[in-house]
Design a binder for this molecule. Sequence first.
Ligand SMILES: [Zn+2]
Length: 320
Amino acid sequence: MSAGHSHSELGPARVEEVSDGVFAYIQPDGSWWINNMGFLTGKHHTVAIDASSTVARTQAFQQAIGKKTSIPVTTLVNTHHHGDHTNGNFLFEGATIVAHEDARRLIVEDGEEGIKRLQTAGIFVNPDGGPDWGDIKPAPPFLTFTDGVDVHVDDLRCEVRHPGTPAHTTNDSVIWLPERKVLFAGDLLFNGGTPFLLMGSVAGAIEAVESLRQYDAEVVVPGHGDVCTMAIVDDVLEYLAFVLDLAARGHAEGIAPLDLARQTDLGKFAELSDSERIVGNLHRAYAELGGANRGAPIDALAAIGDMVTYNGGKPLTCLA
Ligand SMILES: [Zn+2]
């Protein structure tokens, strides 16, 4: 048994109606593998935004949807390929699963072995036991796009848009509801958690997050953390600029990402959850400073290994 933070302290997920028939599903505390979802209900359609990391969490989400509407989910939009947002895809039987084409490619390539490998690698551990992932079957998106697509919930237009650059991943999408001024930002925005760029691009994330200003959103549902406003854009950009600056100095001086992270005071960013992500973020920034393309594959396992080392050699805390 661990001291400190435990699963039982997390509190239940919350369903928040952020606009008429538009719901955010917020899972505390937004740390590793504990993502947000959303759903929109109409007379003829229910559209869900993202699944969750475990079977139990996805089923709890489905039950919450069932309390608001009797129309089954006909369309599931994935904001990106990461398992916390897609592991539960297969539970939405009969739904059309929509995402950027690279989300499909990566989920197909990863396959069932990839999911099992990550689950058994011992990288992510719940100090209370588990996580209990459940018997997850990969269910890749099968309606894919490159730039964007519109989904209509009855008359309500939902613009699913790729920011045009790798950022959090190579395949991020936001869902923008122009008539409601609601933005589902996926993992381009973390609220209270450390942004994570290992599988995307630091420079790209700065561009992508900056580009969110084109939406005059009144309500922002981040990929992790509480519902917020566009003020979060400034907070995230500040962290991204910090990473880029730090990386430029460390790279020029030939300091390895792990050593650089260890000798750096994160200042106010230390209060964000999962602060060990700084190491993965520096790995990505170094690759780009060395000429790698945005989103190019890098040795993610080595970077995650360094994150574990930074974390005192302990597995990363996953409360899912
Ligand atoms: Zn993610």
